[in-house]
Design a protein around this ligand. Structure first.
Ligand SMILES: O=C(O)c1cc(=O)[nH]c(=O)n1[C@@H]1O[C@H](COP(=O)(O)O)[C@@H](O)[C@H]1O
Length: 273
């Protein structure tokens, strides 16, 4: 999917919501455990109930890898279900990869070609030659960690290296990489006070913003400085939406949670588009 197509979807749905499909079998409604593939059954139900309220889904691969082959199969079925039934949806494989060049190429093939996701998350620590193999894929997006939502972000990312905070160096340096137009960045919703500085460096890039909901981040605070001329935000909530209820009514409750965020987004967008 191109960035223009993503922006068109955001404008059409009046939403820049991304729903995180982080499936934990201990948290899903117990009646689904009788299904042949409970992970996929849960995802399908959530997707069917919420697809009109969001523009992206983000399965975090850890939640599938934890269940071995069955988990990976459920991930494959989920992306196939999305690509077949809702091709307008932007898909993010949250895998946080990155390695020496030839290994990164194989990671990129796994997520862009075999599974056919639109994007994958990567960690910047190994530098340019670990990320450029992902950027080489046309109409695919590489979402690099910049300033993460967790407390540990302060261990390295905000520390100064040669007078500059590391997250700023990551943003600035990566702008010079080959095919950098295929880059998006992760910035945590819990770090709202950093968005003004971040937008000075990457005014137009899309930012994937996790941390709304269970981690306490706030949508209004993020939007104050996070929105770009082209909207440029995908706000993710996982647990806050998908685990709204453990009962038979779980899809209705998830839909309501997604609707709350979409309504707020619609209001924010109405003054801009
Ligand atoms: O890359 C991510 O998506 C990510 C980066 C980050 O800084 N913080 C963060 O929470 N995430 C992911 O975003 C999701 C957040 O889930 P909830 O806290 O349940 O909404 C999880 O899949 C995290 O792994």
């Amino acid at each position: 999917m191109t960035t223009q197509e993503l922006v068109a979807q955001i404008k059409k749905k009046k939403s820049f919501l991304c729903i995180g499909l982080d499936v934990d079998l201990n948290k899903i409604p117990p009646h689904l455990l009788k299904e042949e593939d409970p992970i996929f059954a849960f995802n399908k139900a959530i997707i069917d109930a919420t697809h009109h309220l969001c523009v992206a889904y983000k399965p975090n691969t850890a939640f599938y890898e934890a269940y071995g082959l069955k988990g990976w199969k459920a991930l494959e079925k989920t992306i196939q279900y999305l690509n077949t039934n809702y091709p307008e949806i932007f898909t993010i494989s949250d895998a946080k990869r990155g390695d020496i060049g030839n290994t990164s190429t194989m990671y990129a093939k796994a997520f862009f070609e075999d599974l056919a996701f639109d994007s994958v998350t990567v960690a910047p620590y190994m530098g340019k030659d670990s990320i450029e193999p992902f950027l080489a894929f046309e109409n695919k997006h590489t979402i690099m960690l910049a300033l993460t939502s967790n407390e540990g972000a302060f261990d390295f990312q905000t520390k100064k290296v040669e007078e500059k905070e590391l997250y700023k160096a990551v943003l600035e340096t990566s702008k010079n990489w080959k095919n950098s137009e295929n880059l998006m960045y992760v910035v945590g919703a819990t770090k709202a006070e950093y968005f003004a500085e971040i937008r000075k460096i990457v005014p137009d890039s899309f930012l994937l913003v996790p941390g709304v909901g269970a981690q306490g981040g706030n949508l209004q605070d993020v939007c104050k400085y996070g929105l770009s001329a082209n909207i440029g935000l995908l706000i993710n909530s996982s647990r806050g939406i998908i685990y709204a209820s453990k009962d038979e009514d779980f899809t209705e409750k998830s839909k309501l949670k997604a609707k709350e965020l979409q309504k707020e987004m619609s209001k924010i967008l109405s003054s801009r588009i």
